[in-house]
Design a protein around this ligand. Structure first.
Ligand SMILES: NC(=O)c1ccc[n+]([C@@H]2O[C@H](COP(=O)([O-])OP(=O)(O)OC[C@H]3O[C@@H](n4cnc5c(N)ncnc54)[C@H](OP(=O)(O)O)[C@@H]3O)[C@@H](O)[C@H]2O)c1
Length: 264
């Protein structure tokens, strides 16, 4: 579709859900890919699946909330792939979610800020010298449409990942002349285990049937009338932005939400 053959891609938090779909999109288009997650079992299962599509998929255990672990991850990815051309920063979900402000403890905030913000800062600092040395790079922070319209029950995630839009703008200015583009992707709803888990806890807390909550909170607000498909709707956008055709798009937040957001 868009040429990413031979590009070296690091996708974090990618043994399940959105990250895994993104990794599969790059792998099936001929890129060399490194995936990560905390669980060895999930890693092995994802590697088994992805290597049937493309043998050039690598993986290592890594925790987005642990800066030493991210350091080791980048060393590993540089070693096995020989460089990193494309960095896709995806995170898991705060374990306490869904929770409103009054239910949060300060430790939840520390965890969420490590998960979303410090991980992105740290990975970018570790990866960018490699991109600068070759005069080419792509950085994507995977975020949510809800940073523009913050949701009470996603307070930990939405507050912790909002500053990535500011970081995106600043990095795009600092590194644009080095051939590096930086964008935040404001994702809508994708049918992952993580999304189902959060919604099912919310439904339980309200004493409502899961199907009703899924319809009212997830499906009904989507203008195009269907939930997203990671590979088709998000993966193809990332392929386009990773190609030379996407080289004039940087420093911005790009909505891929089927029209969910009502903000102009
Ligand atoms: N799904 C949606 O509709 C949607 C919409 C907008 C934004 N998002 C955001 O997109 C991100 C991914 O969501 P998802 O629905 O794909 O979640 P998911 O189905 O729960 O998958 C999460 C993946 O991240 C890994 N992970 C979790 N915590 C991690 C950590 N601390 N360090 C490293 N890896 C970790 C998990 O593996 P391990 O458990 O083995 O670590 C798993 O591979 C979340 O930040 C979510 O808020 C999702």
């Amino acid at each position: 579709m868009f040429p990413v053959q031979g590009k070296r891609v690091l996708v974090t938090s990618s043994t399940e859900g959105i990250g895994r779909g993104v990794a599969e999109t790059f792998a099936s288009n001929g890129a060399i890919v490194t995936i990560t997650s905390r669980s060895r079992e999930k890693l092995e299962s994802a590697l088994h699946h992805l290597r049937r599509i493309n043998p050039a998929v690598y993986g290592t255990q890594s925790d987005m909330t642990n800066l030493d672990s991210l350091n080791s991850l980048v060393s590993y990815a540089l070693h096995v792939m020989g460089g990193i051309d494309i960095l896709v920063v995806n995170s898991g979900n705060p374990p306490r979610e869904p929770v409103t402000f009054s239910g949060t403890e300060i430790q939840d905030w520390e965890h969420a800020i490590r998960l979303y913000l410090l991980s992105a800062v740290s990975l970018t600092k570790l990866v960018i010298p490699n991109m600068v040395s070759r005069g080419w790079g792509r950085i994507f922070f995977l975020s949510s449409w809800t940073v523009r319209e913050p949701q009470s029950i996603l307070v930990l995630a939405d507050v912790s990942r909002s500053p990535l839009l500011q970081l995106t703008k600043i990095l795009s200015r600092d590194y644009g002349k080095h051939g590096i583009t930086v964008n935040t992707i404001l994702m809508g709803s994708f049918p992952t285990e993580g999304a189902r888990r959060t919604l099912s806890r919310y439904a339980e807390s309200k004493g409502l049937p899961f199907d009703q909550v899924w319809k009212e909170r997830v499906l009904d607000p989507i203008s195009v009338g269907r939930i997203g498909d990671v590979k088709r709707d998000l993966g193809s956008l990332l392929l386009f932005l990773s190609s030379d055709m996407g080289s004039y798009i940087t420093g911005t937040g790009i909505l891929v939400d089927g029209g969910t957001s009502s903000a102009v």
